[in-house]
Design a protein around this ligand. Structure first.
Ligand SMILES: Cc1ncc(COP(=O)(O)O)c(C=O)c1O
Length: 163
């Protein structure tokens, strides 16, 4: 079989599966518990957070673990919109986002937010000029998937542009 669906789900590397298996069997305490077993899990969690932060060149307190993509999308979209509402209620996304983003945006619309859906070309790509024109003084969030989970299109996130 030749697998062409890596943008939706990528097979985990054997070392990832081995580590998951090892940790699940040996360090399964609740990291919020005060006993030694919990502390062991807490320390491993914090070590992982630091390792991921170092790889991404960010601070450890900028790394959050969620149960998956849907929870992460909901949390970031609604959390940002609500936290920044004093600066404005305009959000920008694209017409081809995952339902976890699209449905969150639609819920926010019902709460009085204004959402701009950027159009895409026949390869699913947005135009940076469209994005530039859509940004307003009251825009608080631009949420665009870097790589489309169904067709694999990479958005021009590296394209240099002066705003
Ligand atoms: C951008 C995006 N958000 C959310 C999801 C859903 O993720 P999960 O099944 O982990 O909730 C996917 C899955 O492909 C995705 O690509």
């Amino acid at each position: 079989m030749i697998y062409f669906d890596n943008s939706a789900t990528t097979q985990a590397l054997p070392e990832v599966v081995d580590t998951y298996d090892k940790v699940s069997k040996s360090v399964w305490g609740n990291p919020s518990s005060l006993h030694n077993f919990g502390e062991q899990a807490f320390n491993l969690l914090e070590q992982s957070r630091k390792q991921i932060a170092d790889l991404l060149h960010v601070h450890a307190d900028e790394i959050y673990f969620t149960s998956g993509g849907t929870e992460g999308d909901n949390w970031v979209t609604k959390g940002t919109a609500i936290q920044k509402r004093e600066f404005g209620k305009h959000l920008i996304t694209t017409a081809v986002e995952h339902p976890a983003i699209h449905n969150s945006m639609e819920q926010l619309k019902k709460l009085g937010y204004d959402v701009t859906y950027l159009p895409v070309d026949d390869e699913g790509r947005i135009s940076i000029d469209d994005l530039k024109s859509a940004i307003r003084p009251d825009t608080t969030l631009v949420s665009i998937m870097a790589v489309n989970n169904e067709i694999g299109t990479i958005q021009p996130i590296k394209q240099p542009r002066r705003f």
